[in-house]
Design a protein around this ligand. Structure first.
Ligand code: COA
Length: 250
């Protein structure tokens, strides 16, 4: 458990569990402990009959700067990726309950790819979605190499995942990565209101509708594993280590 992730049950929105990134001093970069806390929270909420919707939120001006680069450097030095990231991605891909997210500001790396697993995302007009995987000598993760081309077509996905081009909130909406753009001060309320609307639907009908639209998670789970193997190999590369060290030394 870490207070860098807050697990909240908003009074105004019963039947919703919010997982909030709460490490603003590090732009909500995600550590192994944070992944573990999120996995535990997702799994617990899946089993809890009174929780009907998962919500991801960040802090003011920042959703998440992605995986903690100090952790990446430690992985690069030790050669051991750990299970936390994969366990989280698998838990996310296996959710049976709808997932809603609200973004205000930076959404980097997994801060972007997480929304491919969300059903509705609201982002503020000052948000930036960016995945500098290849610039860090890494490869796409979270099954984004499968889901992003499906959602937005090969060329837009390639610009995002390989070229490392950022998307504004409006571009992310036009690409189908998110649903709505809102003013920064309205993001949380809109996100929780959407989640509350979903939570008020007949849960079984909602679950079946979502399952039908998402299809079997098998291909997504297989791609998460396949990407992870390349990712782990690249993490150990000299080019990746140089990129993390350069960031840490800034
Ligand atoms: N991992 C670890 N620490 C991070 C981080 C990350 N992914 N992103 C930001 N931080 C830390 C910075 O090191 C800094 O810490 P310090 O104050 O102790 O020096 C703090 O968060 C603030 O970041 P800073 O870079 O000063 O803010 P900024 O507004 O100038 O830039 C970013 C924000 C997100 C553009 C920039 O921090 C960045 O590029 N981060 C790396 C993003 C990334 O590559 N993520 C991995 C994707 S796979």
């Amino acid at each position: 458990m870490t207070d860098h992730i807050l697990i909240e049950r908003p009074e105004t929105a019963p039947h919703i569990q919010v997982i909030r990134f709460n490490r603003p001093e590090k732009k909500n970069a995600i550590t192994r402990a944070m992944y573990q806390t999120m996995t535990d929270a997702l799994k617990a909420a899946e089993e809890a009959p009174d929780i009907r919707v998962h919500v991801f939120l960040g802090t003011e001006g920042c959703f998440s700067a992605g995986n903690d680069l100090a952790d990446f450097l430690a992985f690069a030095m030790s050669g051991n990726m750990g299970r936390e990231v994969i366990d989280f991605l698998v838990a996310l891909a296996r959710t049976k309950k709808p997932v809603v997210s609200g973004v205000d500001g930076l959404a980097i790396g997994i801060g972007t790819t997480i929304h491919l697993h969300c059903d509705l995302t609201v982002a503020s007009d000052r948000s930036l979605f960016k995945t500098p995987f290849v610039d860090l000598a890494l490869v796409p993760e979270a099954a984004s190499s499968l889901l992003a081309p499906r959602v937005m077509g090969h060329q837009r996905a390639f610009a995002l995942l390989a070229l490392g081009e950022g998307l504004s909130a409006a571009e992310a909406r036009d690409a189908g990565l998110i649903w709505k753009v809102a003013a920064p001060e309205a993001v949380e309320a809109e996100t929780l209101s959407l989640a509350a609307k979903l939570a008020a639907k007949p849960p079984e009908a909602l679950r079946i509708a979502r399952d039908l639209m998402r299809g079997s998670p098998d291909a997504v789970l297989a791609r998460i594993q396949e990407e992870a193997e390349y990712f782990a190999a690249q993490l150990k590369s000299a080019e990746a280590r140089a990129a993390f060290e350069a960031f840490m030394k800034r």
